[in-house]
Design a protein around this ligand. Structure first.
Ligand code: HPA
Length: 254
């Protein structure tokens, strides 16, 4: 089989189902790829899948690497370097996050319009890779045309979407009420433990990025609610069909 995808997707929380829709697939367990980290989180299998989705050649990452697992940023973002070397031009990502914008409801799909990098280690720290400049501009980290396309698709399909700034933090603790309040006041609408490192490296590689975050719990000012990994999974699974519908169509039009 030959495939030369220019589109990649990280099957984060809420997108696992898409993996089963990939046809003509060829799979590489991470454990068989030189230098690839191996994922440890429950519910995150680890393999690269090459195949077709809606007639489009794609490369999918099933299972991603989180900083809280103990990987350094070079490891967390290594798959993005591989994507670049393979000729990927567009990257779709998903994640789960805690909503801090009072307009948000659990189960909302938030189109990520921008991010705040609050990780303690920068993924581009160290010798600069020649894929991009030493000091990259970050004005349009999330591609405006792809955001517009997602809005069109959501409208056509009658799917409610919200927009917002994603704050990437190291975890693994969820936030204290004071932290949710601080992050919201810093300008973020949702907070989560992934995505930002991969998106920064993709951007530095000239790969266009689009991301959706499922709001799985709420950290609203003065109304703190407890949150557990299980609740996050349940909310994400419930939102999965709509998320999948948008992403499937985004890829079909890619
Ligand atoms: N905080 C951080 N990460 C998350 C959350 C949250 O509330 N929900 C899902 N991932």
């Amino acid at each position: 089989m030959t495939t030369s995808p220019t589109t990649a997707i990280i099957l984060g929380t809420g997108l696992g189902q898409l993996a089963s829709e990939i046809t003509d697939s060829y799979e590489f367990p991470y454990s068989e790829i030189p230098n690839f980290p191996v994922s440890t989180v429950e519910g995150h299998a680890g393999k690269l899948i090459f195949g077709k989705l809606g007639g489009v050649d794609i490369m999918a990452m099933e299972g991603r690497f989180h900083y809280y697992e103990g990987y350094n940023m070079k490891e967390v973002t290594f798959p993005i370097r591989v994507m670049y070397e393979l000729g990927i031009k567009t990257l779709f990502v998903s994640n789960a996050s805690g909503g801090m914008n009072p307009e948000f409801k659990i189960g909302d799909l938030m189109i990520i319009t921008d991010h705040i990098n609050f990780f303690p280690e920068h993924p581009l720290r160290g010798k600069n890779f020649p894929t991009g400049p030493r000091f990259p501009d970050m004005h349009e980290t999330y591609d405006h045309a792809l955001i517009k396309q997602a809005e069109d698709i959501a409208r056509e399909k009658g799917i409610r979407v919200v927009h917002g700034v994603y704050m990437g933090v190291q975890g693994p603790t969820f936030e204290t009420p004071a932290e949710y309040k601080m992050y919201h006041r810093m300008g973020a609408d949702a907070v989560g433990m992934s995505t930002v490192p991969e998106v920064i490296v993709a951007h530095h590689c000239g790969i266009k990025t689009f991301g959706i975050s499922i709001i799985t719990d709420l950290g609203l000012e003065d109304t703190p609610v407890e949150v557990s990994h299980e609740e996050v999974q349940v909310a994400a699974n419930n939102a999965q069909p709509l998320m999948t519908e948008i992403m499937r169509e985004m890829i079909r039009r890619a």
